[in-house]
Ligand binder design. Structure first.
Ligand code: 0WD
Length: 254
């Protein structure tokens, strides 16, 4: 049997082929899911459309999570194209570069707000629109990082946004459980993606992890993708409100 055959899953956050959302798309497509991709803006449109072409049957819709109009347009698109949704993968985050170095104490009002809006509020903003489409039950999965739990050098405002994201995940799981919808987060170890370029001293961090994690390695997007596959499948039907660390064990030693 194929784990996700006949399941319609929305994937938000593909920027290029290194994106965690793209690795996850591979895992989900291999198990028969029908995928709906969104892309942020024209800057990434062509890349995302090209990538989507490699997964037969997948469809694509623009959506900047900062725009209520675009969120509503995405909802209409989903209603028209698939009707029923079974999964939503949230893999979107943003903070200003100047807020990802130096001291957290220097975070500006505007930098704080934009990081919260794009990285945390977007999970609720999309969930409130798509849960009515999850009429056969569903699974929502978001991406977080250990910087939500601990003060990690340079991660600063993004750590605060991830803490907010994780709390949002728990409140959403409590809200939506009555509809048979589960909401969970994957806390990934650092992976070299576009988003990671914004974080100072990233290479030093990767090297430290290779030397000190229980598995003595960093993780890749396929490992995150396979955990997302589990969370979207019936195999995880008893799990909601959880943060699963896919970090080669870093969180117990770090
Ligand atoms: O080490 C890592 N790479 C980790 C990433 C470790 C643990 C967690 N994560 C998280 C990130 O914080 C994020 O939530 O995983 C998620 C995916 O990140 P990624 O795959 O590492 O990064 P990337 O390929 O850049 O995808 C994130 C995308 C954006 O890319 P860019 O770099 O162009 O900002 O989020 C999207 C965008 O495509 N995005 C938006 N989408 C819609 N509306 C918006 C927006 N306003 N802003 C950013």
């Amino acid at each position: 049997a194929v784990l996700l055959s006949g399941k319609n899953i929305l994937i938000m956050g593909v920027a290029n082929n290194r994106s965690i959302a793209w690795g996850t798309a591979q895992s989900l497509a291999a198990e028969g899911a029908n995928l709906i991709f969104t892309y942020e803006n024209e800057r990434v449109a062509e890349r995302v459309l090209k990538l989507a072409e490699t997964i037969p049957g997948s469809i694509v819709c623009p959506c900047n999570v900062q725009s209520d109009e675009e969120l509503d347009a995405l909802t209409d698109f989903l209603k028209e194209k698939v009707g029923v949704l079974h999964g939503y993968f949230h893999s979107v985050a943003f903070a200003k570069a100047e807020d990802l170095e130096g001291l957290f104490v220097d975070t500006s009002r505007e930098g704080f707000a934009v990081a919260q809006e794009i990285s945390a509020y977007s999970l609720a903003a999309v969930s409130r629109r798509v849960y009515p489409l999850m009429t056969e039950g569903g699974s929502i999965v978001t991406m977080t990082y250990i910087g939500a739990e601990r003060a990690i050098k340079n991660y600063n405002i993004m750590g605060v946004a991830k803490a907010s994201l994780e709390a949002s995940m728990r409140y959403l799981s409590n809200d939506l459980g009555t509809y048979g919808i589960r909401v969970n987060a994957i806390s990934a170890g650092p992976i070299r993606t576009l988003a990671a370029y914004g974080i100072k001293d990233f290479n030093t961090m990767l090297k430290h992890i290779e030397e000190t994690t229980p598995l003595r390695k960093t993780v890749d997007t396929s490992e995150v993708g396979d955990t997302a596959l589990f969370l979207f499948s019936h195999l995880s039907r008893g799990i909601t409100g959880e943060v699963i660390h896919v970090d080669a064990g870093y969180h117990i030693t770090g």
